[in-house]
Design a protein around this ligand. Structure first.
Ligand code: NAD
Length: 264
């Protein structure tokens, strides 16, 4: 542990359980001195988030469904009441109808397209808008994206389109907040077996494919995403904004299946 986050406070949104990417980030930030506020989506997750918060000495700021503006206001009001100011926000939230994360993108319905964009893309803007009001100059915002934004991945479908829009949002928000030294970046994580990922078709195959073909020959852990988030959320990266940082064992650099990769 480094103490890099000592004196910094922030909100982490998108914790579902101890396999969540948000958990890998929360643990790493806490180990390095951050004070953390967690939100949860609905009562079912409250029961999971409360004990995890206790493990880290984190505060629980309450229920937040990013589709509901009032709940976003409520959790940021609670954080302001408890702390006054914050230094960082982690946005680790995405949603799409599981039935459309398989088969052809062409079959995406209008209603799921809109909902996917609302929860997985607009929410970053909605959250950042609240965060800006209570964020110290020099703060940092990090969201989570995936390579399916850049290249077509099997079954990722509308989520790939949403991640492309999320990555564009990162660049626009980076400009909006840059004059206060507030930075906005995304981590493009390689595939990890989480609750959200289990909704994607053939996910086990995708994990294996990455393991065999990424330069570093395995898949990433939530702790490794956490350590990259530590860089982006701490003062190590004060010159970095609008960036899509790949934490994917180098997979995005590869143009073709490795010649020695086994069949899956
Ligand atoms: P997860 O299931 O652990 O977390 C997803 C979170 O999104 C949950 O906590 C859920 O409550 C939250 N969420 C969904 N709809 C919401 C809403 N309406 N309001 C508030 N919260 C809502 O899965 P994860 O894989 O840790 O996902 C976190 C982020 O990482 C997502 O943006 C995901 O797209 C991204 N990501 C995941 C992978 C992967 O392979 N797991 C790879 C790259 C990027």
């Amino acid at each position: 542990a480094t103490g890099l986050m000592r004196g910094k406070r922030g909100v982490i949104m998108g914790l579902a359980n101890n396999r969540s990417i948000a958990w890998g980030i929360a643990k790493t930030l806490a180990e390095n001195g951050a004070e953390i506020a967690l939100t949860y989506q609905g009562d079912a997750l409250r029961k999971r988030v409360e004990p995890l918060a206790a493990e880290l000495g984190a505060i629980v700021a309450g229920h937040c469904d990013v589709a509901d503006e009032e709940t976003i206001d409520a959790v940021f009001a609670e954080v302001e009441r408890q702390w006054g100011k914050i230094d960082f926000v982690v946005h680790a939230i995405a949603f799409s109808d599981k039935d459309e994360l398989t088969g052809r993108y062409l079959e995406t319905s209008r209603s799921n397209f809109a909902r996917t964009m609302d929860i997985s893309v607009y929410s970053l803007t909605a959250v950042t808008k609240r965060a800006e009001k209570i964020m110290n100059d020099g703060g940092s915002v990090v969201t989570l994206t995936y390579y399916g934004a850049e290249k077509v991945m099997p079954h990722y479908n509308v989520m790939g389109v949403a991640k492309a829009a999320l990555e564009a949002s990162v660049r626009y928000l980076a400009v909006d907040l840059g004059n206060r030294g507030i930075r906005v970046n995304a981590i493009s994580a390689g595939p990890i077996k989480t609750l959200a990922a289990s909704g994607i078709g053939d996910f086990r195959y995708i994990l294996k494919w990455n393991e065999y073909n990424a330069p570093l020959k395995r898949t990433v852990t939530i702790e490794e995403v956490g350590r990259s988030a530590l860089y982006l959320l701490s003062d190590l990266s004060t010159a970095v904004t609008g960036e899509i940082h790949h934490v994917d064992m180098g997979y995005h650099t590869v143009g073709m299946k490795a010649v020695d990769a086994p069949d899956i």
